[in-house]
Design a protein around this ligand. Structure first.
Ligand SMILES: O=C(O)c1cc(C(=O)O)c2c(n1)C(=O)C(=O)c1cc(C(=O)O)[nH]c1-2
Ligand SMILES: [Ca+2]
Length: 550
């Protein structure tokens, strides 16, 4: 089929999206994951019911937000598939399938969504091709090879579009790639610029690497950046240093495990902050900071960058004319790798007892999945709280070992991971609400015997939505109190990003249910603990759309 009367996505619409639409990864450039819609609210959410469902036909981790543009929904699934649906009825309009090469091994078989610009969609596929699709017909318009998948390069993120430039980053931190962000012309697919996250020896930051380590130092980029139109700055988070144990790549290793500020016109770096140096824990800090423009710090209004990190700290930074400055950092889960942080710079003071190294077993908390992995937190400008999908009580033992780098093969520099529960732990997953202005936790909901591995949505109806648990539930919480107001079991576990949208005056909530990737890897680990969980969380993707019955 074909979309009638498609509404082109302009820069003006991306900067000021209509309340009823979801045009960007986190709906707005500031990364809030917030919808102002309030028809579904804390009073009536108990009456939330499924309106329609749609089976995607594939397994593995369905992590993408259903994107919605004036009644048309676009869903990306694992294995290079994009589906266009009538957002009100669930009727299929068209289906696009990218053919993946047969010899492609997918360490993270997922897609975090399609980006939109004018009448095109953009898919960053796991074989490292960036593909433009006609939003009306589902026809492929151009297809650009970004990197060579045979070299361990792949893409999983939703691209970020600013003024007709389609920005992507590459995965491969576990293959010893050199990370980058690159921009493509939305019309032609031609590359405009590419900025590596790891500098060459003669570039700024190059002296934080030993010898040739920078050539395979990691710092991959695999979650959509945020963007500040006022400053014309895109903020990107960067991944782990490679291989995992820090003694195998001595130095601070800029700009791994950092936020970098790029000018989207030319890719020039205009600022950065490294959350932790010489990463040794696989603590990718790829989740881009949430931008809060009216936060108060000691009586002054600051442009805050808030990042609940994989290293287990809630970092608050600020944008100044000079670049990015540290404001505060506070652990939100049990964390034993940092003894504290330097108050001026925010530099963690690392405890060598809990820093993986070559040749010996080293334990550390949180586990390598971190206090919060890639699933995004959200920020509600009404409650002024940040909602963090956290994992607590889970630690790790790693033993570093020298491994020869073979291009295109896994290169961890360590034996397989052995995550463990803290003795006596009754839960891991925690939905936490934090006031970023005071760095205080306001409420926490603990989920017994499960991880929490999915992004949050918060709405003007005073609600927080999240899946992420191994019991297949989709949950709604009171954004102010943390009370669980509604939940429903779906077909599979939910790793998907929930969204809110409106068609013909009715508000809907949509999410993909489809378990896989690292939510499943944690489940396999939990099955071997005293909890003796069933490792088999059913797979198979389904798009769910809910509304309140009137
Ligand atoms: O270093 C990297 O390039 C890279 C990429 C990805 C990815 O692209 O999904 C993940 C990770 N690392 C990673 O460390 C990780 O825990 C992880 C979990 C998931 C997932 O989809 O659940 N992807 C990734
Ligand atoms: Ca990684």
């Amino acid at each position: 089929g074909e979309v009638d009367n498609y509404s082109p996505v302009t820069q003006q619409r991306l900067e000021n999206p209509e309340p009823g639409n979801w045009l960007l990864y986190r709906r707005t450039y500031d990364g809030h994951g917030y919808s102002p819609l309030n028809q579904i609210n804390s009073t009536n959410v108990k009456n939330l019911e499924p309106v329609w469902t749609f089976a995607t036909g594939v397994n593995e981790g369905h992590e993408a937000p259903p994107m919605v543009n004036n009644g048309v929904m676009f869903v990306a699934t694992p294995y290079g598939q994009v589906i266009a649906l009538n957002a009100k009825t669930g009727d299929l309009i068209w289906r696009y399938k990218h053919t993946l090469p047969e010899d492609l091994f997918q360490l993270h078989p997922t897609s975090r969504g399609v980006a939109m610009w004018q009448d095109k969609l953009f898919l960053a596929a796991t074989d490292d091709h960036l593909i433009a699709i006609d939003a009306k017909t589902g026809k492929e318009l151009w297809n650009t090879k970004v990197q060579d998948y045979k070299k361990g390069q792949y893409m999983t993120l939703e691209p970020l579009v600013v003024n007709g430039k389609v920005m992507v980053g590459g995965s491969g931190g576990e293959y010893g790639v050199r990370g980058y962000v690159a921009a493509y012309d939305a019309d032609t697919g031609k590359e405009i610029w590419r900025t590596f996250t790891v500098p060459e020896p003669n570039q700024p930051g190059g002296n934080t690497w030993r010898g040739d380590d920078w050539k395979h130092g990691g710092g991959s980029v695999w979650i959509t950046g945020t963007y500040d139109p006022k400053r014309n700055i895109a903020y990107w988070g960067t991944g782990n240093a490679a291989p995992w144990p820090g003694d195998q790549h001595p130095g601070d290793n800029l700009y791994t495990t950092s936020v970098i500020a790029l000018n989207p016109d030319n890719g020039k770096m205009v600022g950065y902050h490294q959350y932790h140096q010489n990463d040794s824990w696989d603590w990718d800090e790829i989740d881009a900071p949430i931008l809060i423009h009216d936060m108060s710090e000691n009586g002054q209004t600051i442009d805050a960058l808030v990042h609940p990190a994989r290293d287990g700290y809630l970092w608050v930074l600020k944008q100044t004319p000079a670049g990015i400055e540290f404001v505060s950092g506070k652990p939100f889960v049990g964390q034993n790798a940092f003894k504290g942080i330097e108050p001026e710079t925010g530099r963690p003071i690392v405890d060598p007892e809990h820093k993986p190294t070559t040749g010996k077993d080293v334990s550390f908390c949180p586990s390598l999945w971190g206090g919060k992995d890639w699933p995004s937190a959200s920020y509600n400008p009404e409650t002024k709280l940040v909602y963090i999908p956290a994992n607590n009580n889970m630690c790790e033992t790693l033993k570093g070992e020298k491994q020869k780098l073979v291009v295109g093969q896994l290169w961890l520099g360590a034996d397989a991971d052995h995550a463990k529960l803290i003795p006596g732990a009754d839960h891991i997953g925690e939905l936490q609400a934090w006031d970023p202005a005071t760095s205080k936790q306001v409420w926490v909901h603990k989920f017994p015997k499960t991880q929490l591995f999915a992004s949050t949505l918060t709405t003007g109806g005073d609600l927080v939505f999240v899946g992420g648990t191994n019991d297949r539930m989709f949950h709604a919480f009171d954004a102010k109190t943390g009370d669980l107001l509604w939940q429903m079991k779906t077909n599979s576990g939910i790793m998907g990003m929930p969204v809110a949208f409106e068609v013909d005056g009715t508000e809907y909530i949509a999410v993909q249910s489809g378990w896989g990737v690292d939510a499943q890897r944690i489940q396999d680990m939990l099955a071997k603990t005293d909890w003796k969980l069933n490792p088999d969380v059913p797979q198979g993707g389904v798009v769910w759309v809910f509304a309140v019955k009137h």
